[in-house]
Structure formats: structure tokens, C-alpha cells
Design a protein around this ligand. Structure first.
Ligand SMILES: [Zn+2]
Length: 168
């Protein structure tokens, strides 16, 4: 039953090659060279990063029910709670230019990044204003507020309270 070291090695190689091919395919789809800064950034932007999942699991465990990444609303909010007329965005500090110090413009292509990030910020403000004028209570949770266990233990219960208070 015991596989010989050679066959074990062969199997691992195949698996690694498979992963390599999959990574190449993924990079190709993204339109950026694999391993390049743009490619890495494009992967960070993905919709289901762990802080979003973490926040949803917490709110769910506290009994709240919601829709996620709802495309009917500007900005495709991460969490929509119709019962509380509340929308929650979970924002990465880099992409949304949080003034916490975690948004450091890359040293190369400064102009490109500044323009891009300023545009993101302006778009966020416009979308939040639209939602608020439509009667939604908009809450932004920042990546830095969820970065450590201690920060999360402060932020998540406060988020719950903010949501529930919206019903009053
Ligand atoms: Zn931040």
C-alpha cells in the first residue's frame, strides 16, 4: 500500500505543475504578467477577501440576515441589510485611500497611482451620497479596523450596534 518515494515525488510534481498552469491561466485572464505588481494588486482586489467573509460570519452569528455584493446598488455594497436600511462597505485602506497611513502610493508610477486612487475615493463619496439620499444608512468598515484580533473585537460589536441602531 505504501507508495514508493519515486511515485510520491512524481505525484507532487504533477500537482505543482497543475497549480502552475492554473496560475498562468489566471494571470492571462487578468491581462497582467504573472508576478508583476499590477497582477498582485488585481488579485488583492478580489471580492471575497477574508475580512469580508469574517465580517459577514460575525454579523450572521449575531442573527443578522443580509444580501452580499448587491449589484443593484451603486458600488455593489459588500453587505446590504434591507430590514435596517443599512449598507456596509468593507474597504481596503490602499484602494480606498484611507488616511490611516496604510495607503502608501507605490514609488514607481506615482502619477498613475495617485490619479487612480483619487478617482476611487471620489467615486466612493459620490456613491455613498447617492445611497444616503435614497434613504440608506451607509457604514464603512476599514481594513485596518479588522487587521488584528484586538481591533476586530472592538470594531465588530460596534458595527452590530450601529446596524441595529439604524432600525430605531
Ligand atoms: Zn485604514
Amino acid at each position: 500500500m505504501c507508495a514508493s518515494p519515486a511515485s510520491h515525488r512524481r505525484k507532487r510534481m504533477t500537482k505543482a505543475q497543475k497549480a502552475d498552469r492554473a496560475a498562468d491561466r489566471k494571470a492571462q485572464e487578468s491581462g497582467y504578467a504573472r508576478g508583476s505588481r499590477s497582477y498582485i494588486m488585481s488579485q488583492i482586489r478580489g471580492k471575497d477577501t477574508s475580512i469580508e467573509t469574517l465580517t459577514r460570519s460575525y454579523l450572521f452569528s449575531r442573527g443578522l440576515r443580509f444580501r452580499k455584493n448587491d449589484k443593484r446598488y451603486p458600488g455593489h455594497p459588500d453587505i446590504v441589510l434591507p430590514k435596517y436600511h443599512t449598507i456596509v462597505f468593507i474597504n481596503g485602506c490602499f484602494w480606498h485611500m484611507h488616511d490611516c497611513g496604510d495607503c502608501k502610493i507605490p514609488k514607481s508610477n506615482v502619477e498613475f497611482w495617485t490619479t487612480k486612487l483619487m478617482r476611487n475615493k471620489a467615486r466612493d463619496e459620490k456613491q455613498h451620497a447617492e445611497l444616503e439620499s435614497a434613504g440608506w444608512h451607509v457604514i464603512v468598515v476599514w481594513e485596518c479596523e479588522l487587521k488584528t484580533v484586538e481591533a476586530r473585537q472592538r470594531r465588530l460589536p460596534r458595527l452590530y450596534d450601529e446596524i441595529v441602531a439604524s432600525a430605531a
